[in-house]
Design a binder for this molecule. Structure first.
Ligand SMILES: NC(=O)c1ccc[n+]([C@@H]2O[C@H](COP(=O)([O-])OP(=O)(O)OC[C@H]3O[C@@H](n4cnc5c(N)ncnc54)[C@H](OP(=O)(O)O)[C@@H]3O)[C@@H](O)[C@H]2O)c1
Length: 351
């Protein structure tokens, strides 16, 4: 019996897509995914194409939210030419969606925000690690703070509660998503191998040695569902990572073995620059091995690789709060990467 209606904003994105698919498989959820565009998802997920920054359009679509019990806000607005998230439109999207839902659905029980460890300034430079949910904010304003502040204030004396997740470095099996670490590593390794090179680490020496963390998207989806339905999590934020920490220097030899390559030392290059002329090499690989005809620009997001491999300081969230509140699931990050490489091989993205 489908007791809940979940509105999943950003349902074509990394987090929203996996969450929508996860909820639809659980039996008790009806799912309405929201994004401006995007392919249809699995059976059981309705998709509404809507610009959430447009208050009038969201208001006009409100009837579709009738009966909603949960909002999972996974949408992330960026300007086309930039990867940073502006505060105004991101706050507007949340406000418009919550207001329209409240106007038609007295059954609303919970609003979940998907945030991340940029909450702790993980993108700004070295910070206190492992970061705890209770750590003080950084001075620089960001959209997470704006959304959280608005939601906390707005939820006062409302019959519904809220929660927030703070993942980092999300990894998923979805083939259409190229802003993916596993994808960057897979395609990078495949090209290096074809050129007869060892698997050099393309980032900085400091980053090779620093501690890092990832979040499996399926694990995050499971944690979000739990937060939204576990009464103890009401009005709380939780770091959600796989639960372990890695150093690329330890994983790199395992990766090289998997790809059948020599593990190289660090050879720092900007991938966006170094890979710019490798399109013909990729085309040859695709043809030789009968791979899916993935255009080189859609094979991997090299600038995302540069972002991931050059931080040069520890990126660590404390996940004890999640466990203290009762979520016991964890993921082995090394095994996760090898599983993803295998998945890309079976899906004929790489040989
Ligand atoms: N990916 C990661 O590694 C990562 C790591 C840590 C935290 N996070 C956090 O996780 C959350 C989700 O990120 P993500 O990586 O899943 O984002 P994403 O892949 O970029 O997806 C963004 C989603 O938002 C939708 N969207 C954007 N503008 C919209 C608008 N005006 N109206 C309606 N929908 C709109 C997009 O669809 P359309 O463009 O079709 O509208 C898409 O479905 C964010 O808070 C992010 O900071 C992500």
């Amino acid at each position: 019996m489908k007791r809940h209606l979940a509105l999943v904003s950003g349902a074509s994105g990394v987090v929203g897509r996996r969450l929508a698919e996860h909820l639809a498989q659980q039996g008790m959820w009806r799912v309405l995914g929201i994004a401006r565009r995007g392919q249809s998802l699995s059976a059981g997920i309705d998709m509404l194409h809507l610009d959430l920054t447009d208050a009038g359009a969201v208001h006009a679509a409100a009837e579709r939210f009738n009966g909603a019990t949960h909002i999972f806000h996974c949408a992330r607005y960026t300007f086309a030419e930039s990867t940073t998230e502006p505060i105004g439109p991101n706050l507007d999207m949340l406000r418009n969606l919550v207001a329209a839902t409240e106007s038609v659905s007295p059954s609303l029980q919970h609003v979940h925000l998907v945030h991340g460890s940029k909450y702790y300034g993980s993108d700004l430079g070295p910070y206190k690690t492992p970061a705890k949910e209770s750590d003080p904010r950084v001075l620089l304003a960001n959209w997470y703070y704006a959304q959280e502040d608005w939601l906390i204030e707005h939820a006062r004396e409302k019959p519904w509660t809220w929660s927030a997740s703070r993942p980092h470095g999300i990894c998923d099996t979805e083939l259409a998503i190229v802003r993916s670490m596993a994808r960057v590593i897979s395609v990078y390794a495949t090209i290096c191998k074809a050129l007869g090179m060892p698997l050099f680490f393309p980032g900085s020496e400091a980053n090779f040695r620093a501690l890092y963390q990832c979040t499996d998207a399926a694990h995050l989806a499971q944690a979000i569902e739990w937060m939204a339905t576990e009464p103890r999590c009401a009005n709380e934020a939780f770091n959600v990572t796989n639960g372990d920490y890695i150093r690329w220097m330890n994983l790199w030899p395992q990766f090289a073995r998997w790809f059948g390559m020599e593990p190289g030392p660090v050879r720092s290059v900007r991938l966006a620059q170094a890979m710019a002329d490798k399109g013909p090499v990729w085309a040859r690989i695709v043809e030789t091995h009968g791979l899916l005809p993935t255009p080189f620009e859609q094979a991997a997001a090299w600038s995302y690789g540069d972002f991931i491999f050059n931080a040069g300081y520890d990126i660590m969230s404390d996940t004890t709060k999640l466990r203290r509140y009762g979520f016991g699931h964890a993921v082995d990050t090394e095994a996760m990467f090898l599983r993803l490489f295998e998945h890309f091989r079976r899906s004929r993205i790489i040989p």
